[in-house]
Design a protein around this ligand. Sequence first.
Ligand SMILES: Nc1nc2c(ncn2[C@@H]2O[C@H](COP(=O)(O)OP(=O)(O)OP(=O)(O)O)[C@@H](O)[C@H]2O)c(=O)[nH]1
Ligand SMILES: [Mg+2]
Length: 209
Amino acid sequence: MDFKSSEQPARTTGPRSEDALPETAAAAVKVVIVGGFGVGKTTLVGSVSEIRPLTTEETMTQAGVGIDDTSGIDGKTSTTVAMDFGRISINEELVLYLFGTPGQERFWFLWRGLFEGALGAVVLVDTRRLEVSFDVIGRLEERSVPFVVAVNSFPDAPEYPMEELRGALDLPESVPIVPCDARQRSSSRNVLVTLMRYLQGLAMAQEAS
Ligand SMILES: Nc1nc2c(ncn2[C@@H]2O[C@H](COP(=O)(O)OP(=O)(O)OP(=O)(O)O)[C@@H](O)[C@H]2O)c(=O)[nH]1
Ligand SMILES: [Mg+2]
């Protein structure tokens, strides 16, 4: 059988044109997306990224039974083992590089590398399992990484007034808490814009002091 070369699928080499950085981009900022196991970190990076996100999802196997705490997230079949990576242009000049961390404690040794050079973080929270966020927030505070908290909306998750949530997570008044649906691009984007505004406020306060 003859094959004509024109009938072969076009080969692509190098980055796709839509993946190229906008020419107007003047500042690139590294942001990490953290949170406990299964709170929606990979989902957020995937929904908001303007390039095809890089993920390191592996199927959860029997090996994790007894080690991974899957209570409350029964339908979950895969987990991040190294990191998620994505990119979003907040405006013509500002580009964010997003690094999603693994949620399972057995992969937390990777955190140090992922945090290097990060300007800020988003802590994703599932109100059905608030306790998985305590360690994560503690680690950010230890490293003095400024962060905002995004409350991801899972269907049967209890809704707490913001101030109650702030108390439960032991957060200072200044730390923004925003509701979000990590599956929605606009909602995920809003979380990142909130983080950028918060970082800008911190920088201005530092300059003034
Ligand atoms: N209803 C609802 N489901 C969501 C939302 N965000 C994520 N999910 C679902 O929750 C599950 C876990 O999401 P992931 O994005 O894998 O969570 P993760 O934090 O990256 O998980 P690990 O990397 O294993 O820690 C997936 O089945 C998602 O489809 C949300 O906002 N609402
Ligand atoms: Mg993940």
